[in-house]
Design a protein around this ligand. Structure first.
Ligand SMILES: [Zn+2]
Length: 406
């Protein structure tokens, strides 16, 4: 147990002492002698001897269970859960429920805490049952229980259930009064529909995917992922002109995401015009990198030129020229390293091995570097997640590499 938790426990112990003293004073007024029980002093003893686990047990037995002391019991339970001692937290909360004296509203409060214990312990089914009960019976705690249930459904990838809960939450008074929360929830709903649309696309159900994407747009039309999935879906249905139109509009709206559109955009250009499609696509990308510091777009274009260099050797020369211009303009390490790779063959023999070594060292450094970062909590990693694994926010991660200075 860390110092912070010990301090929390000490504060709770003082609270319990205060409560017992207050009760003693009341009883004395009524003429009965009273002193805090043995368990309380035993608990303090354990606390002073740095045995917080035993102290908790003693405090729980020192304190009656009633509406006045409920908050203290709940605080002890919460403290245990935060310390990772979920078993003990569950015991505290189950002990509360075993007492018939608790009013119904207090029972709901305990159910909510117990559900959180179960969630922390990974017992999601049991948490779900308790939360459903609170949602059904308590108007005061309904919204809070719905938020927790929403977390469970997201963790379990139960997207339709998540949509149902989110839509019920959107109807609540709390959401209607809080514009920011409402907007976040609508964005989440759009992502839930995207998940369902992706499932449909994997099973080649393009019509089903289109229906889910339409609902995603209705929930939040600013979600970038909807546009990307729509583009993939439209390409599969032969609507290439529409793909180029939509993705070009997105490029203007938010250039930072443009690199993610490139495979769909390339497919649309090439399938629309088999002969000149790639040329038109590459002109589009050249124009983008002339106007934006976008190394990932430059690298994508260069990789495409190199992939085609077997048919037309001149492509490597074109790729080098594109990179030279880009590096001169934006000083990108990623692009510089690629340029060195392309020019190694032209290096004179006595520097070739040095250049090769430098290139492989820089490549290794670049590979180890995290590529994406969450704008909300700062979590970074090498994989793009639509939902940040740390703070669980949707669409908060951005490519770090898409700017040379990053
Ligand atoms: Zn985050």
């Amino acid at each position: 147990m860390n110092d912070f938790a010990l301090l929390g426990l000490l504060i709770i112990a003082i609270g319990i002492g205060f409560f017992l003293g207050l009760r003693a004073a009341k009883k004395n007024l009524a003429g009965a002698a009273f002193a805090p029980g043995k368990s309380y002093f035993q608990g303090l003893n354990y606390l002073l001897n740095e045995q917080p686990d035993k102290a908790v047990e003693e405090f729980v037995s020192a304190l009656d269970v009633n509406t006045d002391t409920l908050e203290t019991h709940l605080a002890l339970g919460k403290l245990m859960r935060k310390q990772g001692q979920v078993d003990r937290a569950i015991r505290i909360h189950q002990n509360l429920l075993a007492r018939p004296v608790l009013e119904l509203k207090d029972q709901h409060q305990v159910h909510l805490e117990l559900a959180r214990d179960f969630m922390t312990a990974g017992l999601l089914d049991r948490a779900e049952v308790l939360l459903q009960e609170v949602i059904g019976e308590s108007t005061d705690l309904r919204s809070i229980a719905q938020r927790s249930l929403l977390d469970i459904y997201q963790d379990e990838s139960e997207w339709q259930d998540a949509i149902n809960v989110a839509q019920a939450l959107l109807q609540s008074r709390f959401m209607k009064a809080n514009v920011e929360h409402k907007r976040n929830l609508q964005r989440m709903v759009a992502h839930f529909y995207c998940e369902l649309a992706e499932d449909c696309m994997h099973s080649e159900n393009l019509i089903g995917a289109r229906q889910y994407l339409d609902r995603a747009v209705a929930a939040d039309k600013t979600v970038y992922r909807v546009a990307l999935l729509s583009a993939a879906n439209d390409n599969a249905q032969g609507r290439h002109k529409q793909v180029i139109k939509v993705l070009s509009r997105l490029e203007l709206q938010d250039p930072a995401w443009f690199w993610m559109c490139l495979p769909a955009l390339q497919e649309a250009y090439e399938r629309q015009d088999a002969e000149r499609g790639f040329e038109i696509f590459s002109r589009h990308l050249r124009s983008h990198i002339e106007n934006h510091d976008a190394p990932r777009v430059a690298m994508y274009l260069v990789d495409q030129f190199i992939a085609r260099s077997e048919d037309e050797p001149i492509r490597v020369q074109q790729a080098s020229e594109i990179l030279s211009v880009f590096v001169a303009q934006y000083e990108s390490l990623l692009a510089s390293n690629k340029l060195v790779e392309l020019q190694i063959n032209d290096a004179s023999k006595h520097v070739e091995s040095d250049v090769c070594r430098l290139h492989s060292q820089v490549s290794e450094l670049l590979n180890q570097r995290n590529r994406y970062r969450c704008g909300d909590c700062g979590f970074s990693g090498r994989q793009l997640h639509w939902r940040c694994p740390s703070c669980k926010t949707w669409e908060s991660m951005r490519s770090i590499e898409n700017q040379s200075t990053a």
